[in-house]
Ligand binder design. Structure first.
Ligand code: SAJ
Length: 407
């Protein structure tokens, strides 16, 4: 029996994937509302293929509860934010989850941490908790770390196909957890130590952050030099050993803007590149605002209320707005007193979360003269003709009409 603890972006698809593949599994979340939603047959998140997986898992008897249940394996997938000031990992949710399963777990059960944690977190925060309960690690309870790797927007495919890493104290336990994940994972599963698994996960997201920061810095240099950064990157990427990512309005989401800070927080004197990359990416929303006002000046637009931001989510075709560049821009605008006047629209966000938010593309476009494309949703790619009479500032390089402003 597997008990997945934390039914969010990672825990829920993982639970459903296991159950759909015949693993006896129960999902636990302390949010009653989430559990009730799942029990009445609704999914709290949108993701391609999730509904089918949910139906399959339900057929196989998956259960959702607010209780922690007796199981031989626990999969902890709860948030790991960072502490605002120190930038170190905030392991409190993981610690609480572990504390919750310890009183019910069977002797010899394995606690697998899926949440991303900084290197050393399991040693520093989790082992002492287990010892506090008088339990012997390696006898009463085993520890493993199986950092998730799936990308929102393509989660189900990636759960099935991505390679994975499993860290364990004891290679036998590592192999046991590998067999569990092998029920659904068709990729290669590497078994290693817990610390190596912790480090490799943070390194992956930090690599992406640095690469995006490089692209963003190049965008700024090319703008100064009146060069097309997209052309430069396209040419540079023809080199067999170069693969620069794309510039954009900033880096949002719950992973890439957070994980590199774990390394900076723990190794401040050793993380120059990582810190600089974070700062470059964090400054992009402010940079884009500066460019918006440049475009407004060039086009003679004085009224901020004729400016529209297309896109609120942190990236294309997901409904997740956590840490999104658009939200960062809006909070920055608010500080400059005109935040409430820009118009906003996002086809993926049904609920009203900011002032002046539209829910219909045509109405939104009618209300503005300058459209700032901040997210490359499929919807706008399919409706490019509707932008023909607009001034467009495209931070995602998807609009090919004459006179478009790019980063
Ligand atoms: N972005 C750019 N330029 C690019 C690519 C992305 O500006 O060329 C921006 C996006 O618009 C977005 C942000 O970066 O705002 C992050 O998006 P993403 O698609 O790169 O990544 P996430 O946060 O959705 O998911 C990442 C993935 N990690 C890597 O690709 C190394 C995913 O595999 C991880 O599971 C996830 O973080 C996580 O949970 O750690």
């Amino acid at each position: 029996m597997v008990n997945v603890v934390g039914l969010g972006y990672i825990g829920l698809p993982t639970l459903l994937m296991m159950a759909a593949h015949g693993v006896e599994a129960v999902g636990t979340d302390y949010k009653r509302e989430r559990v009730e939603t799942l029990n009445v047959g609704q999914l709290p998140l949108k993701e391609e293929g999730l509904e089918e997986l949910y139906q399959e898992a339900r057929k196989n008897g998956v259960l959702f509860t607010t209780e922690y249940v007796k199981a031989d394996t626990y999969i902890i997938s709860v948030p790991t934010p960072y502490e605002e000031i120190t930038k170190k990992v905030d392991a409190s949710y993981v610690v609480t989850a572990v504390r919750s399963v310890l009183p019910v777990c069977d002797k010899g059960s394995v606690i697998v941490i899926e949440s991303t944690v900084s290197p050393g977190t399991i040693d520093t925060y989790i082992r002492p908790v287990i010892q506090e309960y008088g339990l012997v690690i390696g006898e009463d309870v085993h520890l493993a770390h199986a950092p998730e790797r799936i990308i929102p927007g393509n989660m189900i495919y990636e759960l099935l196909h991505n390679d994975r890493t499993i860290g364990a104290d004891d290679p036998v336990i590592g192999e046991k957890i590998k067999s569990l994940y092998s029920f659904f994972c068709q990729g290669t599963i590497t078994v290693t130590s817990i610390r190596a698994a912790e480090m490799s996960k943070v390194v992956e997201n930090t690599f992406r952050d640095i690469n995006i920061a490089y692209a963003n810095e190049l965008a700024r240099i090319c703008h100064e030099q009146d060069l097309d950064v997209y052309e430069i990157i396209r040419i540079a990427n023809q080199h067999p050993r170069v693969n620069i990512l794309s510039p954009g309005p900033g880096v949002g989401g719950h992973c890439i803007p957070i994980d590199p800070w774990f390394l900076v927080g723990d190794f401040p004197s050793l993380t120059h590149v990582i810190k600089a990359a974070r700062e470059v990416n964090d400054s992009m929303p402010e940079y884009v605002l500066g460019r918006v006002s440049e475009v407004m000046n060039q086009c003679g637009i004085e009224d901020v209320s004729r400016v529209g931001f297309y896109g609120l989510t942190y990236k294309a075709d997901v409904d997740d707005v956590r840490d999104s560049p658009t939200l960062q821009m809006l909070s920055s605008l608010k500080r400059h007193l005109c935040g409430n006047r820009v118009k906003i629209y996002d086809p993926m966000v049904d609920r009203d979360i900011v002032p002046n938010q539209y829910h219909n593309l045509d109405e939104f476009l009618q209300a503005v003269d300058l459209v700032v494309i901040l997210v490359d949703h499929q919807e706008i790619k399919e409706n490019m003709d509707k932008l023909e009479n607009k001034i467009v500032f495209d931070t995602r390089h998807i609009c090919r009409q004459d006179g478009v402003y790019y980063l």
